[in-house]
Design a protein around this ligand. Structure first.
Ligand SMILES: CC(C)(COP(=O)(O)OP(=O)(O)OC[C@H]1O[C@@H](n2cnc3c(N)ncnc32)[C@H](O)[C@@H]1OP(=O)(O)O)[C@@H](O)C(=O)NCCC(=O)NCCS
Length: 207
């Protein structure tokens, strides 16, 4: 059963996921786009066509899908529609990521080079733990959260669905980040963040 990468926008994140999948030794069928034509060359990955044109045949043939785009909202929409169409989801973990054996990672997620997922962490569907980000012990990440490169979640942080934590941000132990909240690049979060709120700075404040 091979994996199909869904390249949803510019293809940049898809290239990252593609390379991680290749290095992880996953069998790849190719990639699909959501608009006409390949958005960019995905190294030597084969373009299979538009998602809507190939979906039924590829679901029937048992392929697994991973939606590869940095936008939490778009990744959510596409992943949910794939699941509604009966598709199963692949998880891609770069071989240079460190995943605790006691962590749980739901399908459709991408754990990229240098990332660390600690003991008993629980990650939802379609989560991205980007390059060199860390999600420490007992953290819980809701569906379609994205932890950007170099960001650090200390132990027992709870981040709701759709949360985005920007480059090199840090979240102190045990804090709660509400659904769809955004933590700006470089922020240090010292208090809980309500759902949908953007915080920036050190210590972080709503913007
Ligand atoms: C917080 C963030 C989401 C705000 O985005 P935005 O709403 O488009 O904000 P703007 O760029 O319009 O900036 C608005 C103001 O906030 C300030 N600001 C933006 N991001 C900031 C940050 N991370 N920390 C401190 N101040 C920030 C800007 O300097 C600007 O201030 P000014 O009005 O005094 O000039 C964004 O700047 C950010 O940090 N994104 C993270 C990007 C990232 O990590 N990407 C990883 C991709 S894998």
């Amino acid at each position: 059963m091979a994996v199909i990468i869904v390249s949803a926008s510019t293809g940049q994140h898809a290239a990252v996921v593609y390379e991680a999948a290749i290095l992880a030794g996953l069998p790849l069928a190719g990639y699909v786009t959501v608009t006409d034509g390949p958005p960019m060359s995905l190294l030597d990955c084969r373009w299979l066509g538009r998602l809507d044109a190939v979906l039924a045949a590829d679901v029937a043939s048992g392929h697994q899908f991973i939606v590869a785009c940095g936008s939490n909202a778009l990744r959510r929409t596409l992943t949910l529609s794939l699941q509604e169409a009966g598709a199963s989801l692949a998880t891609v973990a770069h071989p240079a990521a460190i995943l605790s054996p006691s962590a749980t990672i739901a399908p459709g997620s991408a754990i990229l080079a240098g990332a660390i997922v600690g003991p008993r962490a629980v990650l939802g569907r379609g989560v991205i733990v980007n390059h060199a980000a860390s999600v420490d012990h007992d953290c819980r990440l809701g569906d379609f959260a994205h932890i950007a490169p170099g960001a650090r979640l200390a132990g027992s942080v709870q981040a709701g669905a759709g949360v985005f934590v920007g480059l090199n941000a840090a979240v102190l132990p045990g804090l709660r980040i509400g659904a769809d909240a955004i933590v700006g690049a470089g922020a240090v979060v010292t208090h809980d963040v309500p759902p949908g709120v953007t915080v920036v700075g050190i210590p972080s404040r709503p913007r």
